[in-house]
Design a protein around this ligand. Structure first.
Ligand SMILES: [Zn+2]
Length: 67
């Protein structure tokens, strides 16, 4: 089980943790959450020069694997 905490990626005070059988599934879930819940913050990060690739890299960097 892969888990990615929203807060670790976004720096936003948020308790959402995406979970998935694969890294891709967890990332997809977090992306969906971000687009639903943090539209403004995401837009701001993009405006500050954060690319989608960088976002993905950050997700991978903070992802945890749990049994
Ligand atoms: Zn969140």
């Amino acid at each position: 089980m892969h888990t990615i905490a929203c807060q670790d990626v976004s720096g936003i005070e948020c308790s959402f943790v995406a979970k998935g059988e694969t890294m891709e599934a967890a990332m997809g879930q977090l992306k969906e959450h971000g687009m639903g819940m943090h539209q403004e913050e995401l837009a701001k990060m993009m405006a500050d020069g954060m690319s989608e690739e960088q976002m993905m890299e950050k997700m991978k960097a903070v992802a945890k694997e749990e049994m």
